[in-house]
Design a protein around this ligand. Structure first.
Ligand SMILES: NC(=O)c1ccc[n+]([C@@H]2O[C@H](COP(=O)([O-])OP(=O)(O)OC[C@H]3O[C@@H](n4cnc5c(N)ncnc54)[C@H](O)[C@@H]3O)[C@@H](O)[C@H]2O)c1
Length: 343
């Protein structure tokens, strides 16, 4: 239950027109504005999330807005120390073991994937970038009951190999891999593509693309009975998206890599996919200027008129890891509410 307090800066009680209530969850601010004629609005961190205009009075509008807010907190914020895994009855991925790279915190796309894979019964090995990141990732790994929890900074040589050695020792096989990392130095990411330095280009491509190739290389011998490799891409690989810059170039290379790896590894039953989610407010996204404008545009233009959540991405990814998807490979799957089909 959220703890709603009236905004004391505004007039309240009888005679007041619109009342405002505020609830704080962690560092998120939820605001409900309720009008006596049965209209209500929910804003989270200044962003419009929901609007109710058909309630019969103030009380009913507030009840509706409170219900939306609680659902939102449950599915999108999931913050409170012990992570919540969705309850899924059908353990469709039972017996599968996989490695998920890229959980920084509970907003990460990789975390959405980890929750979905675990909820469907798969085992999940988790890595964290470094000691600083460890305290955010550890409670999440605990919630997943991850039997392997190791540091992995792909720019430190030997760390990728160490993780795969541990997987070999612990499991002797791998059924799926989720590569959900990207990095570009600020001057490279925020500058024009035409100005990018050799080092900026090389680092962007190295972390965001080559590491997927190397992880596929290390996973191949562990996928003797087949498996699925995933990486995360974005629409900026196909179209020029304002502020996406050099990362668009890296994602284009990544999607092309997916096709070559799918062709090379397909005869061994190893499938390879890029998942292309719509914009999500994660740590990585905070490096992209005017990201809020991108979110607003995505919501307005997508046929679904809705932003995607990390859970939406997780479930779609988990589906492709299921044996039922065994003849789907080399795909770039958009999880974007249909945004990419619109002019
Ligand atoms: N957020 C979005 O809108 C969006 C949309 C489409 C695709 N993506 C992609 O999804 C993936 C995950 O990003 P996210 O949005 O969940 O953000 P995030 O910040 O939660 O995850 C990015 C991850 O990359 C990791 N990383 C960066 N450098 C690393 C290194 N040297 N070694 C190991 N790990 C490193 C970080 O530790 C972090 O866990 C990225 O590939 C991103 O480009 C994001």
């Amino acid at each position: 239950m959220l703890d709603w307090k009236t905004n004391s800066a505004l007039a309240a009680g009888k005679g007041a027109t619109v009342q405002q209530f505020v609830a704080i969850v962690g560092d998120h601010r939820l605001e409900a504005e309720i009008a006596p004629w049965g209209e209500g609005r929910l804003r989270i961190n200044g962003r419009d999330i929901a609007h109710v205009d058909d309630a019969k009075d103030r009380r009913q509008a507030f009840r509706a807005i409170k219900a939306v807010a609680e659902r939102y907190v449950e599915t999108h914020m999931n913050k409170i120390a012990v992570p919540m895994l969705p309850a899924v009855k059908a353990k469709l991925l039972e017996g599968k073991k996989g490695l998920i790279v890229g959980i920084a915190n509970d907003k990460s796309i990789a975390w959405g994937c980890a929750k979905a894979f675990r909820a469907f019964g798969a085992e999940v090995a988790v890595t964290y970038l470094n000691d600083k990141a460890k305290k955010f990732v550890e409670p999440l790994a605990r919630g997943l009951e991850a039997p392997i929890f190791m540091p992995l900074d792909v720019s430190i040589s030997g760390q990728m190999e160490a993780v795969f050695e541990r997987v070999t020792k612990e499991w002797g096989k791998l059924d799926y891999l989720v590569h959900s990392i990207a990095f570009s130095p600020k001057e490279a990411l925020q500058g024009r593509v035409v100005d990018v330095s050799r080092e900026g280009f090389a680092t962007t491509m190295d972390v965001s693309c080559w590491t997927f190739i190397r992880m596929a290389h290390l996973a191949e011998p562990l996928m003797k009975k087949g498996g699925t490799l995933f990486t995360m891409s974005y629409y900026g690989s196909q179209m020029v998206v304002k502020n996406y810059n050099i990362m668009g170039v890296a994602k284009a290379a990544l999607e092309c890599t997916v096709r070559y790896l799918a062709a090379e590894l397909g005869p061994k039953g190893i499938r390879v996919h890029a998942i292309s989610p719509g914009p999500l407010a994660t740590r990585a996204a905070s490096g992209i200027p005017e990201f809020d404008a991108l979110l607003d545009k995505a919501k307005a233009k997508a046929p679904a008129r809705s932003l995607v959540s990390i859970d939406d991405v997780g479930v779609a990814t988990a589906f492709l890891a299921h044996d039922a998807a065994r003849l789907i490979t080399g795909e770039t799957l958009y999880v974007d509410g249909g945004y990419h089909i619109m002019d």
